[in-house]
Design a protein around this ligand. Sequence first.
Ligand code: ZN
Length: 333
Amino acid sequence: MTIRNSSFTLLSPLTALLLSMPNPLLAAAPANASASVAASVAASVATSAAASVATSATAAKADAACSDESGWDDPAPPRKVFGNTWYVGTCGITALLITTPKGHILIDGGTETGGKLIEANIRALGFSLRDVRQILISHEHHDHVGGVAHLQRVTGASVHALRPADAVLRSGKSTREDPQFLELKPMAPVANVQPLKDGQVLQAGDLNLTVHATPGHTPGSSSWTWQSCEGTQCRQMAYVDSLTAISDDVFHYSNERAHPGYLAAFRQTLKKVAQLPCDILITPHPAASGLWERFGEKATKPLQDAQACRDYAARGMAGLEKRLLKERGKKPL
Ligand SMILES: [Zn+2]
């Protein structure tokens, strides 16, 4: 199935598979094509050079404040991650803008307050909000999607999400399928949410953005992979969702009767994440992948780490095993 939406195209999982196959011919194409993407982005950013300079003092101040302990709504400076991928989130919650000459894609909307900071960050980079054509999400919790309704209003973008996250966005309310159901706040409902299928590829210009269903933290958890290039240098970007086994007092991951298959799906997610194409890992909570040690003025480690997704999955697995031991009434080691 191919879904077309103005300049964006969603490809079927089969097409996605073909696109993800190692093929020297396919690999050569984006490297050339990326130059035009980079040039176009550079041109559009150049028009706002003054705005960027004007925000640099504020940016430096905000950057100094970003740490693993930062709050969800602490402002962060917007900045380039790599190629056409930009960090537009807060210090505590990630939001990414992926730019193309055919329009931009925003992944995640922060909290209700954070949504306005994301809006300001996109403007500060010099991008037009009306050029944001699609909003995508990591998972259906208020700290990551509470600002989506506002961002949709100011951009006019359509919103795409895997099931059952799409239904949560539409109603603004979670369900008992979510491990944290009893502790979740209602959110502003989002209009025009279109469902996605695992493996679908969102295509805009030379960008092929693949969604991976990674259920566990929530039933609708989604991770995203794409390639970003700077000249002939290309990197596999991986925006991998939260892998933490956190719940309210009622939900038990080991209770098969209450939610059949949930634990098996979570384990499958951890295997899947370890195998994702992943040069540069970014997570919805920056601290979960040590982003502020790898990115920004105070970085002490390289942004790129070929082991990052494997290590992240291993930490997720350790957390899940610890949680299961607790559920069995045993003390974790
Ligand atoms: Zn969450």
